[in-house]
Write a protein that binds this ligand. Structure first.
Ligand code: KG4
Ligand code: ZN
Length: 406
């Protein structure tokens, strides 16, 4: 019988604007022959301290401000993660840390904290690529069945290996990529953005519309309001319903706002090109041109532009993903990263995969909402599989790399 040793990982993530620490528990197999792991890692705690309030003041991230805020938060966040998991430093068996990509001044704070702990307690350390972390937030999620039910953490049988080969769409403020995962640790990037990341485009468009930072949730909210109202209006004209209460409020919208669903259509750069790369800068420029053309924006102008932008951005992401699914025939599709919190994107990808005619069912795994944004739990989950294959390092042999590629 092969032996299993408990492992307890303290994971740290500070690549951008979230200071995060998590404790992950798992069992480590001592048999190298073991191909499929049969126990899942469990997230015992996941503390995220966001700097969003600081960056709202400047309308974006100022790297110097971000690293100073990480310095202030890192120790209390680590302490809270241990307390929340009901463990102490002496219980920890491994340290995991994001070593790139990201803002160098931010990365260094978490990286040096992790290295110091590994040195002081003589623990093995696992440097993790931030994008790999995002991938594991979806890979470790259950197959997606119901958009309303967000699972928390799991603890039962592990079937991650059954998802391979998998295709991951990682969409965040700094990255947009389509990656094939052939096995734990075996990645190939099939396409990525040639200019802005998807989240960056959401943030910049939000700035143009005066919606503050971060822009994704604000754009998404306005777009949803526009679609809801448009569909109500369409519904009313189709069915010729005469409802005095409705007419009073909504007919006013109809005349004063002149809502015409889908009339405003932004370009979808590179959507028909025979590759899996993305481009968002042309879309952003098209929004800027529209904003300038309209002059002072009314609330409904903003909703309409937000909705047309979200349509285009999500269309780009989903079309390229489906194209890659047809080409590479993965068993599972993973959706992760900050932009994966976008409801319209989650719904459209779910629908398109459902409608796809394939020989075998394709599983869709979407990161749970609480693990879409940057967090240390995803870093610890990825580290668990490095430990399983013996890929651990000593504190003096690891390096931080702000351009770390998968
Ligand atoms: O993964 P993440 O937390 O940080 C990076 O690694 O960059 O992603 C942050 C990005 C931001 O650009 C934010 O605007 C975007 O994710 N985001 C969203 C939504 N929530 C966050 N974008 C679209 N819709 C959302 N609901
Ligand atoms: Zn991220």
């Amino acid at each position: 019988m092969e032996k299993k040793k408990p492992i307890l990982i303290l994971a740290i993530e500070t690549s951008c604007e979230e200071t995060s620490a998590a404790v992950i528990c798992g069992c480590h197999s001592e048999s190298n022959k073991l191909k499929s792991y049969n126990l899942q890692p469990v997230v015992l705690s996941n503390i995220v301290s966001s700097q969003v309030d600081l960056h709202t003041i400047t309308g974006g991230i100022v790297p110097e401000v971000a690293s100073r805020a990480h310095m202030e938060a890192i120790v209390p966040v680590i302490e809270e993660a241990l307390t929340d998991a009901k463990v102490c430093f002496s219980d920890i068996t491994h340290i995991a840390v994001t070593s790139g990509p990201g803002l160098i001044g931010s990365l260094l704070v978490g990286f040096n904290a992790a290295k110091s702990i590994a040195y002081a307690r003589d623990l093995p350390i696992i440097p993790i690529n931030h994008i790999e972390g995002h991938i594991y937030s979806a890979l470790c999620a259950e197959p997606f069945t119901n958009l309303q039910i967000e699972r928390k953490y799991k603890s039962t049988k592990n079937d991650e290996a059954n998802s391979f080969p998998a295709l991951a769409l990682t969409v965040s403020g700094g990255h947009t990529a389509l990656t094939m995962i052939f096995d734990h640790g075996k990645y190939e990037t099939m396409g990525q953005t040639r200019d802005d990341a998807a989240g960056e485009a959401f943030d910049k468009v939000a700035q143009l519309l005066g919606l503050g930072f971060p822009g994704g949730p604000a754009i998404s909210k306005l777009a949803e309001q526009f679609r809801n109202r448009s569909s109500k209006l369409q519904d009313t004209s189709n069915k010729q319903i005469i409802n005095s209460k409705f007419q009073k409020s909504e007919s006013k919208n109809l005349t004063s706002y002149k809502l015409q669903p889908n009339k405003l259509v932004f370009p979808r750069p590179m959507i028909n090109e025979r590759n899996f790369d993305f481009s968002f800068s042309g879309l952003k420029t098209a929004v800027l041109t529209e904003v300038k053309k309209r002059g002072e924006l009314s609330a409904v102008d903003k909703e309409e532009i937000a909705s047309a932008f979200e349509d285009a951005a999500v269309d780009l992401l989903v079309t390229k993903t489906i194209k890659a699914v047809k080409e590479y025939k993965p068993k599972a599709v993973l959706l992760a990263g900050g932009v994966a919190a976008n409801r319209f994107l989650r719904n459209r990808l779910t629908e398109e995969l459902k409608n796809l005619k394939t020989d075998k069912r394709i599983e869709l795994k979407i990161a749970p909402l609480n693990l879409c944004g940057d967090n240390a739990a995803m870093i610890g989950l990825a580290a668990y599989y490095h430990i399983e294959r013996g890929d651990v390092k000593h504190w003096d042999e690891i390096k931080v790399d702000s351009n770390f590629t998968l």
